[in-house]
Design a binder for this molecule. Structure first.
Ligand code: BES
Ligand code: MN
Ligand code: ZN
Length: 466
């Protein structure tokens, strides 16, 4: 879809003119006020739509009114949702182009562009019958810079969603490494199995052992102009999570191609940095592998040694993500960065706690945690802090190693958090659990079922604001 910006759309022929109506107020078009409001009593409640044929009375064939709700409650997040609703409606009537001319005082061009791109997304690469999409939209009044930034984020989202929607047969560790190596404006190093062994990443390697596909440890680097800060972002990159020898039931395994959504997010973010040009040094790190059952799999009872020397007794091979992240966290801390953020489809317990509505956030620095949560909420990706009480650690006690990889099922998201903390030195660190938010089994708000690109907007905005 092409997105354009114009100062005035007046008299520009288009199929559908999209305008807004705040609850209880008039719109900018007389014809809409007469028919929709006066005659049909359209109220303009948030997200309501009204379609009107103009029969040549104005330059557009149709007018679509989108309800903006109460004026005092309107904000950037509502703009994104409203534009997404309008785009879904436009798809329903099979419109190919539309002009959005909103009567508002704020420049929400970034949110508007993101909303349009989220709603116009479909993963139809493997379908013979392609989805109905808009080809072109024009925004009036918004600043070009705002819309442009929205498009950068929108593209990063599409990139991440595509990758995480792909079957595991496509998005293999080697494929992720290849994609990372081909990113423009990014320096990429890929470590193969032997190199990973030399680095002493015994936890990550153990997870990779059962798979016929070799692990790839990926380190990408973006260097902005006059970097003020160094940030490492780590994405969980389990290309398929069968559970390993502690194999998952069929129904839980069905969507486990999404277990590299953290990695897809990091790749989407890295891909966008050359366009966003933040003044930051960003390291993108992915310890990619599959978690498979086989004759060479790691086993319950095995003892692993992570990069920082700590030993781990394998209690459950399905708690593989934290093992790969453990070594990736050690690696990131050794880079001497100011901050580390990991993003991972880590625990079913986080899904139980927060559902598909919000991601779980933990960390070792209150100020950084609040900044990540605020950025997430402002970005339209709700996040909620989960506790990291010391006492959770007792559940990871092992008789034969420094710790086990799992403890009690109760409080599972926090237990995973305190496990990860063992592999972070005194670098500021935040962990984002996207197990519930990365992949939807049914449509939710502006998203269709499937991958959501969770974390892309949060991380890009966080980096931009750093
Ligand atoms: N990838 C899963 C977590 C997950 C669950 C992501 C549901 C998305 C949706 C993770 O590797 C896992 O299997 N976690 C286990 C941990 C348990 C064995 C302690 C879980 O949550 O059941
Ligand atoms: Mn697992
Ligand atoms: Zn997993």
């Amino acid at each position: 879809m092409e997105i354009k910006v114009l100062q005035e759309v007046n008299d520009l022929p288009c199929e559908v003119l999209v305008i807004n109506q705040f609850e209880g107020e008039k719109t900018s078009q007389d014809i809409a006020n007469t028919y929709a409001i006066d005659k049909d009593h359209f109220e303009g409640k948030f997200g309501q739509t009204y379609l009107l044929h103009t029969f040549g009375k104005i330059y557009a064939d149709k007018i679509l009114i989108i309800g903006f709700g109460k004026k005092e409650e309107f904000n950037a997040n509502k703009m994104r949702e409203a534009v997404a609703k309008a785009v879904k409606k436009l798809q329903q009537i099979q419109a190919k182009n539309a002009c959005f001319d909103f009567d508002i005082n704020c420049d929400y061009g970034k949110s508007a562009a993101i909303g349009a791109m989220i709603a116009n997304y479909a993963f139809d690469k493997y379908k013979t019958q392609k989805a109905t999409r808009l080809d072109e939209i024009t925004f009036a009044k918004f600043s070009e810079a705002e819309v442009k930034e929205g498009i950068i984020l929108g593209k990063a989202l599409e990139f991440a969603r595509n990758l995480s929607n792909e079957p595991a047969e496509f998005a293999t560790p080697s494929k992720l490494a290849e994609i990372a190596s081909n990113l423009e404006g990014i320096e990429t190093k890929v470590f193969d199995k032997e190199a990973v062994e030399r680095m002493g990443m015994g936890a990550y390697l153990a997870v990779a052992k059962g798979s016929a596909r070799p692990p790839k440890f990926i380190h990408m680097k973006y260097t902005g102009k006059n970097p003020k800060k160094k940030i490492a972002i780590i994405g969980k990159g389990i290309c398929f999570d069968s559970g390993g020898l502690d194999i998952k039931p069929a129904s839980s395994m069905l969507t486990m191609r999404d277990d590299m959504s953290g990695a897809a997010c990091v790749l989407g973010v890295m891909q966008a940095l050359k366009d966003l040009e933040p003044e930051v040094e960003v390291h993108g790190i992915i310890a990619a592998c599959e978690n498979m059952p086989s004759g060479t799999s790691y086993k319950p009872g095995d003892i692993l040694r992570a990069k920082n020397g700590k030993t781990i007794e394998v209690d459950n091979t399905d708690a593989e993500g934290r093992l790969t992240l453990a070594d990736a966290l050690c690696y990131a801390c050794e880079l001497g960065v100011d901050e580390v953020i990991d993003i991972a489809t880590l625990t079913g317990a986080c899904v139980v706690a927060l559902g598909t509505i919000a991601s779980g956030v933990m960390g070792n620095d209150d100020e950084m945690i609040s900044r990540v949560i605020k950025t997430a909420n402002d970005s339209g990706e709700p996040a909620w802090e989960l506790p990291m009480f010391e006492d959770y650690k007792s559940s990871l006690k092992s008789d034969i190693a420094d710790m086990k990889n799992t403890g009690s099922r109760q409080g599972g998201a926090s237990i995973a958090g305190v496990f990860l903390k063992e592999f972070v030195d005194n670098t500021k660190w935040v962990h984002i659990d996207i197990a519930g938010t990365a992949f939807l089994e049914k449509p939710q708000k502006e998203f269709i079922a499937g991958a959501t690109g969770a974390g892309v907007r949060t991380l890009l905005n966080y980096i931009k604001n750093s």
